[in-house]
Design a protein around this ligand. Sequence first.
Ligand code: PEP
Length: 253
Amino acid sequence: MARKIVAGNWKMNLLPDEGYQLIEDLSNFCEGNKLDNVEVVVSPPFIHLAKAAEMTAHSKLTISAQNCSDQLSGAYTGEVSVEMLKAAGVNWTLIGHSERREYYGDTDEFVNGKLKRTIEAEMTPVLCVGEVLEDRKAGKQEEVVASQLKGALAGFSADEVKNMVIAYEPVWAIGTGETASPEQAQEVHAFIRKYLTQTYSAEVANAVSILYGGSVKPENAKEIFGQPDVDGGLIGGASLKYEQFVKLIEIGQ
Ligand code: PEP
């Protein structure tokens, strides 16, 4: 069965000292509570990562990057490679978040290249997919998600896909306060699981955790996380506040 994961995406928020304080508090929470059924992940900005990984080296809290380069090394100004992340003690990264796709040109081809680097480096990528409002209104969410999965996963073996995490994040629900209903989330999660079964195998489909993301808060998480194909959440805004994120971890476990 897919593992349960509650992951926070800090985006471009929190100055280093604020971030380290939150890491310390979350790390203490994870140590002080029996979190046998959930993996807790946080994705701070690049500049916090090395220290955050050092602080959590012996903790149950996992540190993830928000992005990585599709290139190994060289003349790629502003990029950070998977080898650099690994050297800093970071073994997870988000890939293809909708904000990267919308503002920084992360096409499916780029996403595929980034995924290749993470799998070669034996990291855990969290592949983000999801449709924009226009596609949802046209009932094209499954078509869009299938096309993103096809592009992102091109060339990967079943064993490689098994080591990935997928986050379904409808773009219209990210940072908008608008959440997909539990039924809408379940429908697309079930579709993703079916896609993985048909493209790879039932074993792969059952091994891959599929997280929901989009304005998840303690008030709506119980119903969303309770859906049969929802294996946890990728949380933006509410992961910046200790009390809210801890409640979400408790609900996710
Ligand atoms: C996200 O950034 O992945 C996200 C889901 O954000 P929010 O929870 O703020 O909608």
